[in-house]
Design a protein around this ligand. Structure first.
Ligand SMILES: [Fe+2]
Length: 465
């Protein structure tokens, strides 16, 4: 069958308690679509995911499940303001819509029925997913453009009129007029209700993005030049979100990274992740990471993008080095199963000193153990393993495990360490102009000497595009 890739960036949520069925669905979908696939084993688990993750565009749900069935899940979606397409997956003996009045709405005005019967073959699954994703995209692309609701918070007054989409009606209701004062609590109301996007008229989209970018004034290179005008622009609180790849892309764009760099890094990230997953052990470790969407997952993506962006501005830029940096980004902490331990970057800190001996050992040895895990899986490049071993070393020799410093760390490791340190701070501190300023100063003071000099220059350059 010809490829039917639908590149809308949204995720597909598979809700299925039988692992073998979920595996088959994943296999069929991932060969035809680029959408990220996530899983829930019950309706209630899916509800929890949907409350937090607003990038889901399609839900494929089993009907019969122990902890919240398909009906519970569909009712939740109907009552919330979330609007993913919903496809019910039933065993052949329980698909009579007449027996399930609460699903009737799903069947109205549809040329294709939104349910799939088990057992299904690949063509049936791909067709229904394709039809519903396309419907979804068409709905969104009529004459309004979605803008993440939190993006309006950077303005003091609305630069354009904003609308809310009426679920199921295909209508847009004006909710904020152009020029109206922006109060955080007004937007929080929508965000708390699960409304991720407000809409603006398509013809105003380009202007909106221009004003938005000017207003942010966030490009790091510019900020480092510390003119009074730029400083005052940075007084605004900035809200960057890292919970999804889309959010990370947006954040990097806001920080001034070039679109083409993000695309390039994204390609490396996706290819390397799927190559790594060919090893069953890695597939299991990375699968859990991707599902949890926690600090480790976000750190892996952010470090990948930033290290590729820095590399691009150095003389050692080539595909092999990009692959090494991205592999190291994804695998740096695979020997740690505790996210909190991965967040420890300063062993002089009292919170580290207070840890039990064994836990300290886990932290101190994880760079070496992560590298070894890769080597054991036969995914071995000495350069990649080396970057991982050195990812917690710091220019002044205060890092671990070997207290190396800027005179004996190689350029690839230096690039990685800057990307890692910057990503770590972005992910662990409330992001404001102050935080960005402090990160900038720290990098300038501590990460610009010795072998860090060129990577630091590359770092600054990559935000000046
Ligand atoms: Fe680490």
């Amino acid at each position: 069958m010809a490829s039917q890739k639908v590149e809308d960036g949204g995720k597909i949520l598979i809700v299925e308690d039988e692992e073998s069925v979920a595996d088959v669905m994943e296999m069929y979908i991932e060969t035809e679509f680029d959408n990220e696939i996530i899983f829930a084993k019950s309706g209630n688990e899916a509800i929890e995911i949907l409350k937090k993750d607003h990038d889901i565009v399609l839900v494929l749900s089993d009907y019969t499940m122990e902890d919240g069935n398909g009906r519970v899940l569909y009712r939740f979606l109907k009552e919330s303001s979330l609007d993913p397409a919903f496809i019910l997956v039933c065993a052949e003996d329980n698909i009579d819509p007449a027996d399930m009045p609460e699903f009737m709405e799903l069947f109205e005005n549809r040329s294709e029925l939104p349910f799939l019967t088990k057992p299904f073959n690949k063509e049936e699954l791909v067709k229904i997913v394709s039809d519903f994703l396309k419907t979804k995209i068409e709905l969104l692309s009529e004459s309004y453009s979605p803008i993440s609701a939190d993006r309006f918070l950077i303005f003091k007054e609305m630069p354009v009129q904003a609308f809310m989409k009426m679920t199921g009606l295909g209508k847009y209701l004006p909710v904020f007029n152009k020029g109206a004062e922006v109060h955080e609590e007004d937007f929080k109301k929508y965000i708390d209700k699960g409304i991720q996007y407000l809409f603006i008229k398509k013809e105003e989209y380009e202007d909106f993005i221009k004003v938005s970018n000017e207003h942010l004034g966030l490009k790091l290179g510019v900020e480092a030049s510390d003119s009074e005008e730029n400083k005052s622009k940075l007084e605004e609180q900035v809200f960057l979100q890292f919970h999804s790849i889309e959010g990370i892309h947006r954040a990097l764009r806001d920080l001034g990274i070039k679109e083409t760099t993000i695309e390039l890094a994204d390609r490396f990230y996706k290819t390397i992740l799927s190559n790594l997953k060919r090893s069953p052990k890695m597939a299991s470790i990375l699968g859990k990471l991707v599902t949890k969407k926690n600090y480790l997952y976000q750190l892996g993506i952010l470090t990948s993008y930033l290290s590729v962006a820095i590399l691009e501005k150095t003389e050692i830029n080539n595909n092999e080095n990009s692959e090494r940096l991205v592999t190291a980004s994804i695998c740096q902490d695979i020997s740690l199963d505790n996210t909190e331990l991965a967040k420890i970057v300063d062993i002089e800190n009292q919170s580290f000193k207070d840890l039990p001996f064994d836990t300290k050992e886990q932290v101190l040895t994880h760079p070496i153990r992560s590298a070894q895990l890769l080597v054991d899986q036969g995914i071995f490049s000495s350069e990649t393993a080396n970057i991982i071993r050195e990812h917690h070393e710091r220019p002044d020799g205060t890092g671990f495990p070997r207290n190396l410093d800027s005179s004996n760390l190689g350029e690839l490791s230096c690039i990685f360490i800057i990307a890692h340190h910057f990503s770590h701070r972005l992910l662990t501190e409330p992001l404001s102009a102050d935080t960005l300023g402090s990160i900038n100063n720290e990098l300038k003071e501590k990460f610009s000497q010795g072998n860090f000099e060129k990577p630091y220059e590359g770092f600054i350059q990559s935000f000046k595009s």
